[in-house]
Ligand binder design. Sequence first.
Ligand code: ADP
Length: 280
Amino acid sequence: MKPALTEASSGIPRQVRTTLPVIEASGLGKTYGNPGAGFEALRDISFRIEEGQFACLVGPSGCGKSTLLQLLSGLMGSTTGEIVVAGEHLTGPSPDKIAVIFQDATLLPWKTALQNVEYPLEIKRIDRKERRERAEHYLRMVGLADFMNRLPHELSGGMRQRVSIARGLAQEPKLLLMDEPYGALDEQTRTKMGDELLRIWEETRLTILLITHSLTEALYLSDVVYAMAARPGRIIERVDINLPRPRNIDVIGSTEFGVLRNRLWHLLTDQGTDGGSGHL
Ligand code: ADP
């Protein structure tokens, strides 16, 4: 089934809007096991995200979000289709172009916050002075100026995730790919972190693709939301989110937000494909 895509405006202010796609997926499919006899996890996934856009992929558990993340991060090959990042085919992990933020902060426990942010830059052989400057800059941006020399176990869960975001930002990628980055945090910290992410995005104008099962998070943050359904995992609709920016928490109580949330909720639940386990 072909997804029904709408072509309305992206919601990005006109002066920064561009048609250059940072990432473009075409006809992506993934079958686990033997082709023909395996499990079809994804079918015909196509989307493009333009420079400076904040995009979300949202869908219930089991619709293939993790599978798609692995394809987009180059950690796993697709069965069909292709991914082009900044004009080049993706053939494997490409940390220069795509930085991935996982649900768990995955920090090296024996390194300080600063050393954790510097580490990938060291691997890329960026010289000591520049990597120190970059690491400090992005740790300040995520609000950790006073915690740079702490070890991960001396930081809260939210702070550890901020270090991981600073580490992604410091790589100055074309695309920041985030997989349920706040899924492991409590509701209050999660909302606060969403606000911080908006501020950082407004400051850097990075292109971000966030994968989440939370409708509220998707609507609050994004310019565009791709709704997914399961069995097989596929995109069922693209929804442009034209809520005014800059946004703050009050927008969640607005009528427009409610209308969009209802629309997405019906789109996702009417599929009846969450196997009873998907929570939105
Ligand atoms: P989500 O992240 O949205 O919960 P996943 O990508 O983890 O979804 O899984 C999508 C579907 O693919 C599920 O039905 C899951 O059971 C199946 N799946 C995931 N990984 C594998 C695998 N390695 N082998 C076989 N099936 C898998």
